[in-house]
Design a protein around this ligand. Structure first.
Ligand SMILES: Cc1ncc(COP(=O)(O)O)c(C=O)c1O
Length: 445
C-alpha cells in the first residue's frame, strides 16, 4: 500500500552523488546490516499501530503525506547531512534554501524579502513575534480567540501582553472589537490568521490592514496552514481579496510541512522589510568569519537547521512550481471542493448540525442533539465508532458564543461544545467523498 517505486530512483541518485570529482581516498564505515534490518522490521511493526495517515480514510487532524520527490530528496541529502546554519555546513543546501524561500515570497507578491526555513510553525511565529516585539517594545499583541494556541504561549515567553479578540459567527476576528481595542493606543502587533486551526476561517485581512497606518500597527499573518491556498484559481467570493492583501503585511508564516507536501520540520518565516536582519545580529566566532552578506544563521534564531529540508522543498517546488492554477494548486482546489461537498451533504441531512461552510478544507459539524453536553457526548461517540469502521476524524471544542447563533434550538448547558472536525487535505479526498459519507452513515447507526 505504501509507495516504494521511488527507492530505485534514490539508489541511482545516490550512486551519482557518490561519484565525487575530488577523488578522495576511499573509506569504509563498518555497518551491521543484519541487526539494522531486524531493528527496522521491529520499527515497521511498531509503526503499524499508528493511524493510517496517508490513506484518504484518514480525514482527521491537519496531516498530509509528503510528496515522493520530497521524501526522496530528503533521504538523498541525508547521506551528506548538511546543516544550513552557514554555507560552511551546507553550501548547496543553503543556496537551495534561499531559492525555495524566494519562490514562496514570490507567491505572496514579494519581490524582495528577508526570510528562511524554520523547524516548525511555532518557531517561525516565535521569530516573527520576537522581531515584532523588538520593533514595538512594551506594546500589546492582539490575535483572534481562534488563533493557534502557541501565540499566547509565545507572548508569555517574550514577556508581551497578549489579548485575544472575539470572533464573529463565522469564526473570523470581529472587526469592530479590533477597532475598539486598537483605539486604546497600546497595541503594537496584530496577528491575523489565514486558516484557523480549528475551523479553517480566514480573518478579514483587507479591513484589518486599513488599521495599520492609522494606528502604527505591525501586521503578522499566521498562514501556517492556509497560505498556499493563495494559488487556487476560482476562489469563493471575497477570498481573493484576502489573499492578495498578503502583499502588504509585515511578516508571514507558512508551513510547507502542512500543505506544501514536505516531511515535518519545514516551516518558513518571511519579513517584507529585508533590513530586519540586524535585529537578529549576534556573533559566532566558529561559523561567520569573513562573511560580507548576512548568512542564514545570522538571520535565524535556530542554529543547526536541516539542509535536507531545504533540498526537499526546493525539489518539490521544481516538480510542482508555485503557479496560480498550476498542478500543485489544483490539488488544493480538490481539497476545498471535497470539504464543500461533505459540508453540503451534512447540511442536507437531518441527523447533523453544521456551523458555517468551509472556507478552505476543514469541515466542522456535530450529530444533532438538544443540548451542548449531549452533542459533545455524541461527537465523541461518533469519533470512536467511525474509527472502528476505519474512518478517522478529529474533534474540536468551540465556544458556545460562536456556535449558539447557528443552533438556536440547542440549550447551552456548558460554555463550549465538542464537534467533529475533518481536515480533507489530500486531493484524493475528493474521490473518496462517497466512501467517507457511507462509513459515517454506518457509524452513526
Ligand atoms: C494556524 C497555525 N499556526 C501555527 C501552528 C503551529 O505549527 P507547528 O505545529 O508546525 O508548530 C499550527 C498548527 O497546526 C496552525 O494551524
Amino acid at each position: 500500500m505504501l509507495e516504494t517505486e521511488g527507492l530505485q530512483l534514490l539508489e541511482t541518485a545516490l550512486n551519482r552523488l557518490g561519484q565525487d570529482s575530488r577523488q578522495l581516498p576511499a573509506f569504509h564505515t563498518e555497518t551491521d546490516h543484519e541487526r539494522i534490518g531486524d531493528i527496522l522490521n521491529d520499527v515497521a511493526d511498531r509503526l503499524k499501530g499508528d493511524f493510517p495517515y496517508p490513506h484518504p480514510l484518514y480525514a482527521g487532524q491537519m496531516m498530509k503525506p509528503p510528496h515522493p520527490v520530497a521524501r526522496l530528496a530528503y533521504s538523498l541529502t541525508q547521506w551528506i547531512n548538511p546543516n544550513n546554519h552557514s554555507p560552511d555546513g551546507g553550501r548547496t543546501s543553503s543556496a537551495l534554501e534561499r531559492e525555495a524561500v524566494a519562490d514562496i515570497a514570490g507567491m505572496f507578491g514579494w519581490e524582495i524579502h528577508q526570510g528562511h526555513l524554520c523547524s516548525s510553525g511555532t518557531i517561525a511565529n516565535l521569530e516573527a513575534l520576537w522581531i515584532a516585539a523588538r520593533l514595538r517594545p512594551g506594546k500589546t499583541l492582539l490575535a483572534s480567540g481562534l488563533a493557534h494556541y502557541t501565540h499566547s504561549r509565545i507572548s508569555r515567553l517574550l514577556g508581551v501582553t497578549f489579548d485575544p479578540v472575539p470572533v464573529d459567527a463565522n469564526g473570523k476576528m470581529e472587526l469592530k472589537a479590533v477597532q475598539r481595542r486598537v483605539e486604546r493606543g497600546d497595541v503594537g502587533t496584530l496577528v491575523v490568521t489565514l486558516g484557523t486551526t480549528g475551523t479553517g476561517s480566514l480573518d478579514p485581512l483587507p479591513e484589518l490592514l486599513a488599521l495599520k497606518q492609522s494606528h502604527d500597527l505591525r501586521i503578522h499573518v499566521d498562514a501556517a496552514y492556509g497560505g498556499y491556498f493563495t494559488l487556487v484559481k476560482g476562489m469563493k467570493p471575497g477570498q481573493r481579496e484576502i489573499f492578495d492583501a498578503l502583499k502588504h503585511v509585515d511578516s508571514i508564516v507558512i508551513d510547507p510541512h502542512k500543505h506544501g507536501l514536505q516531511p515535518y520540520g519545514c516551516s518558513c518565516v518571511l519579513f517584507r522589510d529585508p533590513d530586519i536582519g540586524p535585529l537578529y545580529l549576534h556573533e559566532s566566532p566558529y561559523t561567520y568569519p569573513g562573511s560580507d552578506q548576512p548568512l542564514l544563521g545570522e538571520i535565524s534564531l535556530e542554529c543547526s537547521r536541516p539542509g535536507a529540508a531545504a533540498v526537499a522543498l526546493w525539489a518539490t517546488q521544481k516538480l510542482l512550481p508555485l503557479h496560480r492554477g498550476g498542478e500543485f494548486s489544483r490539488g488544493l482546489a480538490c481539497s476545498m471542493h471535497a470539504a464543500q461537498k461533505l459540508y453540503d451533504r451534512l447540511q442536507g441531512h437531518p441527523g447533523y448540525l453544521t456551523i458555517f461552510p468551509p472556507e478552505l478544507d476543514i469541515v466542522v459539524w456535530a450529530p444533532r442533539g438538544h443540548s451542548a453536553s449531549s452533542i459533545s457526548q455524541q461527537s465523541q461517540q461518533l469519533l470512536r465508532s467511525a474509527a472502528e469502521e476505519n474512518l478517522y476524524l478529529s474533534l474540536v471544542d468551540l465556544p458556545a458564543s460562536l456556535v449558539s447563533a447557528h443552533w438556536p434550538e440547542v440549550t447551552f448547558d456548558q460554555n463550549s461544545v465538542t464537534c467533529l472536525r475533518s481536515c480533507l487535505m489530500k486531493p484524493e479526498h475528493l474521490d473518496w467523498g462517497d466512501a467517507i459519507w457511507n462509513i459515517l452513515h454506518r457509524a452513526r447507526g
